[in-house]
Ligand binder design. Structure first.
Ligand code: UCC
Ligand code: FAD
Length: 586
């Protein structure tokens, strides 16, 4: 305990031991499942080289920029030194570097250049998956930019949005634009139909002036936005509800004095996470805008944006899970407790293995939805693909959003106290994960969206789901090691099928109470089938088989379990309310 005659903990001597930090290595090379998935579906050398190079850059350079974005959050400057209102959102140099990088790497453009045909979305999203946890949340503006480009493409790339489309999808940094998505107002972000008070006043030249208040607008340094408003007629009247909403395009620009045209930034939100990125409250005070949809078709027209941003959200969720697992397993190789490395404690390994199984299942679901999107966009989608894409988009978003919080939280614990210390960069992963289940539709809202799309397709989306999930099992029928998993998924499918059949005759109140469990059951069962399908591929590893078996040992169908408990009966809501408010039932 002494060196050179002094105790090791004396004066400025703080002892000889310093723990090595977890090391971020090339996330592409570190990810066996990603590489296996691509080897199976997109065996293109060009894609591998690009992802490998990009992964290297993420680890060696971009991750540092991401940390800079966190350390230098955006701030709002309302006035210039001479008192003029300017509403400047000042962002960090690192944030602006992210914008240039995003253009150069084609992080949006790839979805429109389509270098690998129907697999281009898988390729683009793989790149975003490597980038996301190091991006300083730049993935947020990229999601909305991609969503806006998709909406414009679906409505027609013509004036006044042809220039915008080129800019959203370019690879030239100086030309690149990002877009916002301004939907939420103070009265409501879920119930957009009742919540939107913004009015659009028609102008002589065919444009509109928007007046209203947007309560949450993220990445507000965007160059343009898509937003919703109600067109006023000659008497100043508007149509209430969803039928009164139209979709508008507006550019965010400044006048000669540097003032924002038609916008005042009320303030920036003080957020739990996503602090790297500005989220503002905006007064729209005569913002010039152009109507893109037919009058009253606003929600239906922005739905393409919701599909794309919800998929991006899911990519960020799996990326956060993968990142924390990669760091945790590295840490376990050089942190010692009770005389051995963490990796040699079986209980610690069990914990990491459970996180790994969650991450793998989520990864395969997300990539499958990207595959479906790619097929739809290249015109090769079958009717089954299209129905599946509609059903699985809310399912993947809601399920992975919740999983990310659970896995990242568990991941933080695997670093012990250091997982709670800000400048390790680890807590930010959890704070940023928490938003994934809130924005772009909360878990309940997306569960109700699942119900609605089932009802509107007269059950065809579920038929597509059952047909496709069964087909995923066929390749594994001869693989004996997967038999228990195949049996579990088969049984979940038939129990789910019976219940769904019977549910048709149930009242809406029953379906509403069952909505979240239905979505979870669809997600878990489908993820089981995807894990089995992947494990039965000839290039799969024993770990792939083990992951499939492990996943399928859980309750794949909480819908069936909770139905048997009577949780969706009319007697339940008053009991729930009585429990929550702890008051007697009537
Ligand atoms: O949160 C936001 C941005 C955050 C930053 C971006 C992050 C991205 C990820 C980054 C990762 C790091 S922006 C705000 C997002 N807001 C929401 O997601 C709203 C949540 N609420 C809903 O989704 C609701 O379900 C509504 C607003 C869509 C419900 O409105 P309505 O008017 O009651 O909807 P209806 O009546 O059900 O549908 C109206 C039309 C129908 O078409 P038609 O009229 O042809 O029958 C629907 O089929 O819209 C169609 N529709 C859809 N189509 C509605 N939802 C969808 C859908 N999901 N897909 C396709
Ligand atoms: P509410 O709609 O009031 O919901 C409150 C709770 O009630 C939720 O748990 C919800 O699930 C539940 N609930 C509501 N209705 C039902 C129902 N029918 N059945 C069961 N449960 C229900 N919005 C934008 O438009 N653009 C942005 O750029 C943007 N950026 C954001 C950034 C951040 C960091 C955050 C946190 C939010 C952002 N939002 C943005 C807003 C976000 O989309 C909304 O907050 C979200 O959609 C929820 O809406 P709300 O806040 O009005 O909640």
């Amino acid at each position: 305990w002494e060196t050179e005659g002094h105790p090791v903990f004396s004066r400025a001597r703080i002892g000889p031991f310093f723990q090595d930090r977890p090391v971020l290595k090339n996330p592409f090379l570190e990810d066996a499942l990603l590489r296996g998935y691509l080897r199976r579906h997109l065996p293109e050398q060009a894609a591998f080289s690009d992802l490998c190079e990009f992964g290297e850059r993420v680890a060696s350079e971009v991750d540092g920029w991401g940390r800079e974005c966190e350390a230098t959050p955006p701030r709002l400057v309302h006035f210039d030194p001479w008192g003029r209102r300017v509403d400047h959102i000042v962002t960090s140099p690192a944030w602006r570097r992210m914008k240039d990088l995003s253009a150069q790497e084609g992080l949006v453009a790839l979805g429109y250049e389509r270098p690998f045909g129907e697999w281009s979305r898988v390729y683009q999203m793989s790149k975003l998956y490597l980038y996301s946890p190091s991006s300083g949340l730049y993935t947020c503006p990229l999601a909305m930019t991609d969503g806006a480009a998709k909406v414009i493409q679906s409505l027609g790339v013509s004036w006044p949005v042809d220039e915008a489309f080129n800019r959203l999808t370019t690879r030239h940094p100086g030309h690149f634009w990002t877009s916002g998505q301004w939907m939420t107002e103070r009265r409501g972000g879920s119930d957009v139909a009742s919540g939107t008070e913004t009015v659009a006043i028609p102008q002589q030249d065919g444009s509109y002036k928007l007046h209203g208040f947007k309560w949450f607008t993220s990445a507000t340094d965007a160059d343009m936005t898509l937003t919703l408003a109600r067109v006023q007629d000659r008497h100043g009247a508007t149509t209430p509800g969803s039928r009164g909403l139209s979709l508008f395009y507006a550019e965010v620009s400044r006048d000669q004095d540097g003032r924002l045209k038609g916008i005042e930034v009320q303030r920036l939100k003080d957020k739990l996470g996503t602090r790297q990125m500005p989220t503002a409250e905006l007064l729209l005070d005569g913002l010039q805008a152009y109507r893109l949809s037919d009058e009253g078709r606003g929600v239906a027209s922005i739905a393409n944006m919701l599909t794309v941003t919800r998929i991006h959200n899911s990519v960020s969720a799996i990326a956060a899970m993968r990142r924390v697992v990669q760091l945790a397993r590295d840490y376990a190789t050089h942190r010692t407790a009770f005389g051995k490395l963490l990796k040699d404690h079986p209980l610690h390994m069990q914990t990491l293995a459970r996180m790994e199984v969650e991450t793998r299942a989520a990864f395969l679901l997300v990539m499958d939805v990207c595959r479906l999107l790619g097929r739809e966009e290249t015109g090769v989608a079958t009717q089954l693909d299209t129905l599946l894409l509609r059903l699985l988009t809310p399912v993947v978003k809601l399920y992975t959003g919740k999983q990310a919080v659970a896995v990242v939280s568990e991941g933080l614990e695997s670093f012990g106290g250091q997982g709670y210390i800000e400048d390790t960069g680890l807590p930010g992963l959890l704070r940023d994960a928490q938003v994934l289940s809130i924005w772009e539709g909360t878990t309940n809202i997306l569960s109700l969206d699942v119900l609605r799309c089932v009802a509107r397709s007269s059950g065809m989306v579920l038929e597509a789901y059952f047909t496709h999930t069964k087909s995923l099992l066929t390749g594994a029928s001869s693989v004996s090691s997967l038999a228990p998993a195949v049996k579990a998924v088969g049984s979940a499918l038939s129990r789910l099928g019976e219940l769904v059949q019977a549910a048709g005759a149930r009242p809406p109140s029953y379906l509403e109470l069952a909505a979240r469990d239905l979505s979870y059951s669809l997600a878990r069962t489908y993820m089981g089938a995807l894990l089995i399908d992947h494990a039965s591929w000839k290039g799969a590893s024993p770990a792939d088989t083990y992951a499939a078996l492990r996943w399928c040992e859980q309750d794949l169908c909480p819908l069936v379990t909770n139905e048997a408990r009577g949780w969706y009966n009319p007697s339940t809501p008053p009991l729930d309310a009585a429990l929550v408010y702890d008051r007697p039932t009537q």
